[in-house]
Design a binder for this molecule. Structure first.
Ligand code: NAD
Length: 254
């Protein structure tokens, strides 16, 4: 039986790169995304290269959809060895500008979505042992201006990672998280475009962001995916409860 992975948010950015990296490592990958055509596009790219893959449209904030996603993986290969709970969304704003609705959306997508995904896959990871990898963020570990709700939600993902690691370490399931810094994806692109009035302001803002990074460039989705692969597989067999920044030195060296 093939080792099987579920990757949420696999239709874009980091999730798409993670799906590819796990497939290259020999896992069968179920690509899940709210945007079903995008998940299908990722799966089509992998299938074209000869890798076993499927796609599913699934909203991680919808309990029934998350159950259906897990059922689809089990129907396909009969097992789940790893789940990369990566789907998330940026909600901008400092606390004075955030509405209750913004706050609830940020928590719902990033924290509740992680909870629902983890709760649905864990019983199946426990069958033969396995791994759960969350995509947190550097802003879940350290403050950044203007993202109060997103930061709080990623902080919840960090705490959930440690908590689940403690609860399941003795039962053969390891739980870790990657904490990316600024990675050039549709998410970060739209975040900075929303703050800039025109192209010049956008380019200035990008330069300011990158100026804060000791390795002074954006990260790539592939650089995050490499660390996710490490955390998702036996390469990291004595690690659990860790939050690994992949951030060009931002948190440690600034
Ligand atoms: N890009 C960055 O700089 C950066 C930095 C730190 C953390 N992250 C985190 O990395 C993860 C991936 O981000 P990305 O930059 O690749 O973003 P992205 O916007 O390129 O991709 C996110 C994917 O998640 C999907 N998605 C959104 N809401 C969903 C839901 N409710 N259910 C299922 N799928 C949903 C989207 O359709 C999209 O395909 C997110 O959790 C994000 O918070 C990104």
């Amino acid at each position: 039986m093939m080792r099987t992975a579920i990757v949420t948010g696999a239709g874009s950015g980091i999730g798409r790169a993670v799906a590819a990296r796990l497939a290259f490592d020999g896992l069968a990958v179920l690509c899940a995304d709210l945007n079903q055509p995008a998940a299908e596009e990722t799966a089509a790219q992998l299938a074209k290269a000869g890798y076993p893959t499927r796609a599913v449209g699934a909203d991680i904030t919808d309990e029934a959809a998350v159950s259906a996603m897990v059922a689809q993986a089990l129907d396909w290969t009969g097992r789940i060895d790893t789940c990369v709970a990566n789907a998330g969304a940026m909600i901008e704003g400092d606390i004075l500008s955030l509405s209750l609705d913004d706050w609830n959306r940020a928590l719902h997508i990033n924290a509740t979505g992680a909870f629902l995904t983890a709760r649905a896959v864990l019983p199946h990871l426990l069958v033969q042992g396995g791994t759960l990898v969350f995509t947190a963020s550097t802003v879940g570990l350290s403050g950044m201006k203007g993202v109060a709700a997103y930061s709080a939600a990623k902080g919840a993902v960090v705490a959930l990672t440690r908590q689940l690691a403690a609860d399941f370490a003795a039962r053969g399931v390891r739980v870790n998280a990657v904490a990316p810094g600024a990675v050039r994806t549709p998410l970060s692109e739209s975040q900075f475009r929303a703050r800039a009035v025109d192209e010049d302001a956008f380019q200035t803002l990008l330069a300011q962001v990158i100026g804060r990074y000791p390795i002074s460039r954006w990260g790539t989705p592939e650089e995050i995916a490499e660390v996710v692969l490490f955390l998702a597989t036996e390469r990291s067999s004595w690690m659990t409860g860790q939050i690994i920044p992949v951030d060009g030195g931002l948190l440690e060296l600034r």
